[in-house]
Design a protein around this ligand. Structure first.
Ligand SMILES: [Zn+2]
Length: 186
């Protein structure tokens, strides 16, 4: 990417984060986040909030010493997105506050083996949630292994409008490929 396109991308991201979207989920996200915090992150001193944004990666965390903001892409903002998916997103993002990036094979990475191990321990729904994500949204997701994130492509609105399979159906279809998909982080 050139410097100009990098700057445009930064501007688009900032604009998306200013324009937060109303939640369309079938449950109250405002209840789920505190539930996960008190169960697994009671020692976290920062305030944490969540917002849906229509640009950027599938989910990301921006934080300073006082506050953390979880930005979730609009492609997940749907009545059929199961709570298990948000439990995984919240556990994952909150773990970034606890587990520092570290050098692995000469490269500084956010998703260290310790990070994945902690995520497996905290989030029982992890595999089911990953399967659901890849099965239903895979057509608009792009793995960016070197950047350690999953980008949402421009066709996401078409994917959002499709009918979605449930967790059990997705697990049956996607489970054999899960190991290679989940290893890239987000
Ligand atoms: Zn991450």
């Amino acid at each position: 990417m050139s410097i100009i396109s990098d700057l445009r991308e930064v501007q688009r991201l900032a604009e998306a984060r200013r324009r937060r979207n109303l939640s369309l989920t079938s449950f109250h996200l405002g209840d789920l986040l505190p539930e996960i915090r008190s169960a697994h992150f009671a020692d976290e001193p920062r305030t944490v909030d969540v917002a849906f944004v229509n640009h950027g990666s599938l989910a990301c965390l921006v934080y300073d010493d006082l506050a953390a903001h979880i930005y979730v892409h609009q492609v997940l903002n749907h009545p059929d997105t199961p709570a298990e998916v948000f439990r995984l997103v919240f556990c994952h993002e909150l773990l970034h506050l606890r587990i520092e990036p570290a050098e692995v094979d000469g490269r500084l990475v956010q998703h260290t083996p310790e990070f994945w191990q902690a995520e497996r321990q905290l989030c029982q729904e992890r595999s089911a949630a990953w399967c659901w994500i890849w099965c239903n949204l895979g057509d608009c997701l792009r793995l960016r292994p070197k950047l350690e994130r999953i980008d949402v492509l421009r066709n996401w609105r078409a994917v959002w409008s499709r009918a979605r399979l449930d967790l059990a159906a997705c697990q049956e279809l996607t489970a054999p490929h899960l190991a290679e998909l989940e290893a890239s982080g987000w």
